[in-house]
Design a protein around this ligand. Sequence first.
Ligand SMILES: Cc1ncc(COP(=O)(O)O)c(C=O)c1O
Length: 194
Amino acid sequence: VPDHVCVLIDEAYCEFNTLDDPDTTLDLLPQHPNLILLRTFSKVYGLAGLRVGFALCGSAEPVDAVDRVRQPFFCSAPAQAAAIEALRHQDAVAERVERAVTARVEVADGLERLSLRVAESQANFCWVTLPAAAGEDPAAAEQRVADGLRERGVLVRAGTALGRAGCLRVTYGTPGENERFLAAMAELLAVAPA
Ligand SMILES: Cc1ncc(COP(=O)(O)O)c(C=O)c1O
């Protein structure tokens, strides 16, 4: 990548990564003035409604460029105060990561028991490939299962809108919600498509 092109790395879920140090990329910043790491308070910090995040930049140039075009008061004072306070509660962050890791294992195990293929996740959600019935279009299979889940009070993101038909993106919930999701999946997979 030429030096005049910015490279943005979206690290929205980096805190959930338990395989690598989520801060490894920080070491790249001094060597790459065109690198920008984007982080958010919407995920592990649970402050999505406050619309607050930050960027770590390899040089002052992108900061200056954004400062020239951004709206004044683009991030409210309460959002900034909440974000600063949230950073002080790393024990709560660690707890949330632990809960996500437990859910990751339980949901993946549950889906695999239903013979479904689950992509390895280091985030707070998983990506599951659905079986299509003979002659059924993957997008139709996805819609059928997503609709069935909705009827059972479970909301997931359907894969077509995210670029891969026939899959679901499932954010982990509480242990009870995860169980309810798995039970609903078992029920839906047992029923032949109409
Ligand atoms: C991959 C990814 N990046 C970034 C975000 C942005 O989070 P926010 O705009 O709430 O800071 C999201 C939120 O859904 C996400 O899934």
